[in-house]
Each structure stands twice: as structure tokens, then as C-alpha cells.
Design a protein around this ligand. Structure first.
Ligand code: ADP
Length: 194
């Protein structure tokens, strides 16, 4: 399987690039942000539980997101050529759990692609996006809180994959297709050496 972890700070363009990787490689897109927003919209107990946390820019608990991902892997494994994880894992605990989940179904993370975007650019992009999609957490204050959470909890996940020799840095500046070509070059390489 080709299992890609698409990694990067909030506003780095993970969602946009994930959609293009899905199109090219036929992968199943697992975005924990999208799945949590869907829970919220559905008005489920879980959705109500996570709504306030998401609105604050803090991370939802590892238990909740791990369970969501576990279910999705179980539903799709064997039916798709691989997964693209977007916005997950966001803590080292989640990364360890993902390794375990994938091992249980006889596969593993193939490569982690880190979309590298300078800090100053991130808030600008998030605020621009808020004008287009009206996402409740795309305000300046919440965006800043998300960057704080990212630096505290998520950045260490890059070291986790680096120590496994799986981290690839990708310049996240430039036009969308240019960035996609950089990502695809690493995905192709991973496929050839898999
Ligand atoms: P971003 O565009 O900031 O990367 P996402 O759409 O991935 O945002 O996530 C939105 C919010 O959903 C996060 O701020 C967080 O509250 C919650 N969330 C998403 N994925 C995770 C995760 N893997 N662990 C904990 N919380 C998460």
C-alpha cells in the first residue's frame, strides 16, 4: 500500500494537496478535521463534545481521533491502494497509535511529506481562507491558538518520523501545481522503492 502522512502547520495547504494526491494515486483521504466537522454538523453526541474544543483551536483528545481513524482504516483497508492522512497524527501518541493500527492490518506508513511554509505566510493564508469558506475557527485569534498547539504537540511528530527515516521536506511555497509536483516526486519515489 502507499500510505502517505501529509504533514504541516495549519494553513500549509494540506487539504488542497491531499485532494490532488487522491486524484492521482486513488488513495482514500482521511482528514480528521473534515471528519470532526462532519460529526459536528450531524449533531451527534461526539460532535457536540468536540465542537467547543475545535472552536478554541485546541486539540481534540487522542482517544477520540484515534477511534475515528481506526474505524475508517477498518472500513477501507483492502479496497483502496493506500491512505492519505491529513491533519493526523497531530501528537506523538497518535503517531504511535497509527503505526499500531497499520501494523494490525499488515501495512505501515510509507512516507511523511512535510509541507514547509514560513510562519508569516500561514496566518495570511488562513485569514484569506476564512473569507472564502467561513470556517468558524479561521479567525486571527483561533488561528494563532492553532499555531501554538501545532508547535507544542504536532511539530515533535516530524522528529518521530525523521527517526524512522520517513520524513521528506517539501517546499510549500509556490503555485499549487508546482507544490503538487514536488509532493508527487516523493510519492513516486516511495512507490518505486516500496
Ligand atoms: P487545520 O486547517 O488547522 O490543519 P483541521 O481541519 O485539520 O485544521 O483541524 C481543525 C480542528 O480539528 C483542529 O484545530 C483540532 O481542534 C481538531 N483536530 C483535527 N485533527 C485532529 C487531530 N488529529 N488531533 C486532535 N485534534 C484534531
Amino acid at each position: 500500500m502507499l500510505n502517505i502522512v501529509l504533514f504541516g502547520p495549519p494553513g500549509s495547504g494540506k487539504g488542497t494537496q491531499a485532494a490532488k494526491l487522491v486524484e492521482k494515486y486513488g488513495l482514500k483521504h482521511l482528514s480528521t478535521g473534515d471528519m470532526l466537522r462532519a460529526e459536528k454538523t450531524s449533531g451527534s453526541d461526539l460532535g457536540n463534545e468536540v465542537a467547543a474544543i475545535m472552536a478554541s483551536g485546541k486539540l481534540v483528545s487522542d482517544e477520540i481521533v484515534n477511534e475515528i481513524v481506526r474505524k475508517q482504516i477498518g472500513l477501507h483497508v483492502g479496497k483502496v491502494p493506500g491512505f492519505i492522512f491529513d491533519g493526523y497524527p497531530r501528537t506523538t501518541e497518535q503517531a504511535k497509535t497509527l503505526d499500531m493500527f497499520l501494523q494490525q492490518v499488515g501495512t505501515s506508513v510509507t512516507t511523511t511529506l512535510f509541507l514547509d511554509v514560513p510562519k508569516e505566510e500561514l496566518i495570511t493564508r488562513i485569514l484569506l481562507r476564512s473569507q472564502q469558506n467561513g470556517r468558524a475557527d479561521d479567525t486571527k485569534e483561533v488561528a494563532e491558538a492553532r499555531v501554538v498547539e501545532y508547535n507544542k504537540w504536532t511539530l515533535p511528530v516530524a522528529s518521530f518520523y525523521d527517526s524512522q527515516g520517513k520524513l521528506r521536506m517539501v517546499d510549500g511555497l509556490g503555485d499549487i501545481d508546482e507544490i503538487f509536483n514536488r509532493l508527487a516526486a516523493f510519492a513516486d519515489l516511495a512507490l518505486r522503492t516500496a
